[in-house]
Design a protein around this ligand. Structure first.
Ligand SMILES: [Zn+2]
Ligand SMILES: [Zn+2]
Length: 394
């Protein structure tokens, strides 16, 4: 799960981070090892803190160098999992590591610690078990807290943009309109992809790139969801569409919701009925279901009982912050995104829930419950989401 780069590789890994920033500083010219989750989560942190830049003081370290700078020969820096960083705000001022620790917690880093008494630098790493929330000024041997907001007494709701701060993953949704996608490239900049599976109620209307997109995402461990573009005008037609969709989904694994895309007929008075007919059929078969549509449709055409029953994949583009007042787990905020590996425009999405954890732990979307034995920390996370998924456990 790590990438190895030649010593003199200066290429960009993500929008704001290049390979050279993670290079070992021992003086030798050996390779650089980077777990791809690290730059990805740093991008998320960049966004949450509204940074102008993040400086990586120490990224990958060979065992010898790690010991020389006070780490150990097998710490997370030597695995390419860790970075010691200093974050700067838009005015160029250093952001206190107290704030960085809180934001890193929201970004889902597995190991986080303040590392100096002036609260300038922060260690973050992407470990996936034995999570650590530390304060190295005090101790490096155990977690000092479960929650940095409490520990540093920082109010959880940020003054500028509370919704942005609860983004847990960034993704794209794609169809055959994106042509043949270079998923190896795409993987470096997205956390997930929602794939169009097809449209309408005929078997032949399967998206031409769906099978390839799906198998590429699986090959590269990119978590995926799926959606079905509906032309239904009656509940019966919506049900027929659901049957075709189920056939396409069968035997596959989806870490993200499978969605009913009702943009085409959203003005119909029976939009709620169509959503329910489709989604209840999909849900009955063990899938985590969402409705995809525009803000306007959620506000005017879909009744609250249906919105409460299924998750919401909100489409509202061209604005910095949506003013949609209902709940939503996914927000499509742009139709004109640019992602390396895709030619032309692509839809960009934010996820506000840790869907892979939720879906695997309930055992939906092809996963069986026993596939995933949750860690204690994971369990706590799940509890936060129980309210929203209650209705899905039958
Ligand atoms: Zn070295
Ligand atoms: Zn460190």
């Amino acid at each position: 799960m790590t990438n190895t780069y030649k010593y003199n590789d200066n290429s960009m890994i993500t929008e704001h981070f290049s390979v050279s920033e993670f290079r070992c500083k021992c003086g030798e010219t050996h390779d650089t090892i980077i777990n791809p989750e690290l730059p990805k989560k740093l991008e998320l942190l960049f966004e949450k803190l509204n940074c102008s830049k993040i400086i990586v003081n120490s990224g990958y370290r060979c065992p010898t160098h790690s010991m020389n700078v006070g780490g150990s020969a097998n710490d997370f820096h030597t695995k390419g999992y860790a970075a010691d960083i200093v974050c700067y705000d838009k005015s160029g001022k250093i952001i206190s590591s107290k704030k960085v620790c809180c934001a890193a917690q929201d970004a889902g880093f597995g190991g986080i610690a303040n590392i100096d008494s002036t609260y300038t630098a922060t260690h973050v790493d992407v470990r996936t078990e034995n999570f650590w929330k530390g304060d190295e000024v005090k101790t490096s041997s155990y977690s000092v807290t479960d929650d940095f907001y409490k520990y540093y007494d920082i109010p959880k709701v940020s003054e500028n943009n509370s919704k942005n701060n609860s983004i847990v993953a960034r993704g794209i949704d794609v169809s055959e309109h994106q042509g043949i996608i270079d998923w190896d490239k795409v993987k470096t900049s997205v956390d997930f992809a929602i794939l169009r599976a097809g449209y309408g109620k005929e078997n032949s209307q399967i998206d031409k790139q769906f099978e390839r997109n799906y198998s590429e995402c699986k090959r590269l461990n990119i978590p995926v969801g799926a959606y079905w573009y509906s032309y239904a005008t009656t509940a019966d037609e919506a049900k027929q569409e659901a049957y075709v969709f189920l056939k396409v989904l069968d035997g596959k694994l989806f870490e993200y919701p499978v969605a009913f895309d009702i943009e085409e007929k959203l003005s119909l008075a029976n939009a709620s009925e169509l959503c329910d007919a489709f989604c209840s059929e999909i849900e009955k078969n063990g899938y985590y279901t969402a409705i995809y549509s525009f803000k306007n449709a959620f506000e005017n055409n879909i009744t609250s009982d249906i919105k409460n029953k299924y998750d919401t994949f909100l489409s509202h583009v061209g604005i910095e912050n949506t003013d949609y007042s209902g709940n939503y787990g996914l927000w499509q905020y742009s139709w004109t995104g640019r992602i390396d590996g895709i030619s032309g425009d692509v839809d960009l999405d934010y996820a506000y829930k840790d869907y892979p954890t939720i879906i695997k732990n309930i055992g939906l979307n092809g996963f069986s419950k026993s596939d995933n034995q949750p860690e204690k920390n994971t369990l706590e996370k799940i509890l936060d989401h129980v309210a929203s998924i209650d209705s899905k456990i039958k």
